[in-house]
Design a protein around this ligand. Structure first.
Ligand SMILES: [Zn+2]
Length: 125
């Protein structure tokens, strides 16, 4: 059985839905949702509203802490690589994985393992 974790939404407990009402009969309270799996914000929030509550509360602090973008970023040959694949399952052939450069339109072959490895990248900058 997987471990239960709490929704990180700062106001989760204030939304009075039936599933949040917990405790002994006569002393039930609305509580932060607790689940083994959540789908929003990297698995930290029970729903979109809780994720947006967190963003609205902490976004200024986060931007000040991690640094604000102060100039336009540019898509160049060096940072335009993205992973992609052609699905061939409908023809009973293996899928074809590749890197695609959004600027030069060049394709470079990838293995399925490289495709699934989030640390494997061709981007220089
Ligand atoms: Zn929540």
């Amino acid at each position: 059985m997987s471990e239960l974790k709490y929704c990180q939404g700062p106001d989760c407990h204030t939304y009075s839905t039936k599933d949040r009402l917990k405790g002994m009969k006569g002393s039930k309270t609305y509580q932060t949702r607790r689940r083994s799996h959540m789908y929003y914000g990297n698995g930290n929030f029970c729903d979109r509203r809780c994720m947006e509550d967190w963003i609205n509360k902490y976004i200024e602090h986060g931007l000040d802490h991690f640094g604000r973008l102060t100039h336009a970023k540019h898509l160049t040959e060096d940072n335009a690589w993205s992973k992609s694949y052609d699905y061939n399952g409908y023809r009973n052939l293996p899928d074809v994985y590749y890197y695609y450069n959004g600027v030069t339109k060049e394709r470079r072959p990838l293995t399925e393992q490289q495709y699934n490895d989030p640390n494997y990248t061709l981007n220089i900058s």
